[in-house]
Design a protein around this ligand. Structure first.
Ligand code: SF4
Ligand code: SF4
Length: 130
């Protein structure tokens, strides 16, 4: 899978995740994990936009006083925030994704990880700087 195909595949998975009216309060922007295929596009975006990572203990390294610095390429975990029980949002109590839709999203995302060895290369706020 080349980079164009990879980006298309990732965007296809992201595109079926419903958008809800996130208030961008950033309360949920704590430590996160993201995977190698996502990391490639995050790094590329950060480079193009001169974004430097922040060294927070308990917050996302992509958060600054302006908000999320990588919002267009934010990882899947952020896109699912507020839409599933495991990632609650105080401003969106309703769970929007059915188990069936979530399963499909997970399956499609996992297929990409399998193809790119993404499982073996994941990053987290807590260990990114170590
Ligand atoms: S998902 Fe919810 S908690 Fe997170 S930034 Fe949006 S409104 Fe705030
Ligand atoms: S990548 Fe953006 S949306 Fe996701 S936790 Fe970090 S600051 Fe919040």
């Amino acid at each position: 899978m080349n980079l164009v195909q990879l980006k298309e595949s990732l965007n296809k998975v992201y595109s079926v995740i419903p958008d809800f009216k996130c208030k961008h309060c950033h309360i949920c922007c704590g430590p996160i994990i993201w995977y190698e295929p996502e990391n490639y596009f995050i790094k590329d975006y950060a480079k193009k936009h001169n974004i430097s990572l922040k060294k927070f203990e308990d917050k996302c390294p992509f958060l600054d006083y302006t908000g999320c610095t990588i919002y267009p390429v934010r990882p899947i975990v952020c896109r699912l925030q507020g839409l599933i029980k495991e990632l609650p949002c105080k401003n969106n109590k309703k769970v929007y994704l059915s188990d069936r839709d979530l399963k499909k999203i997970k399956n499609d995302f996992n297929k990409i990880l399998t193809l790119t060895n993404g499982y073996e290369h994941f990053y987290s706020s807590r260990n990114f700087f170590k």
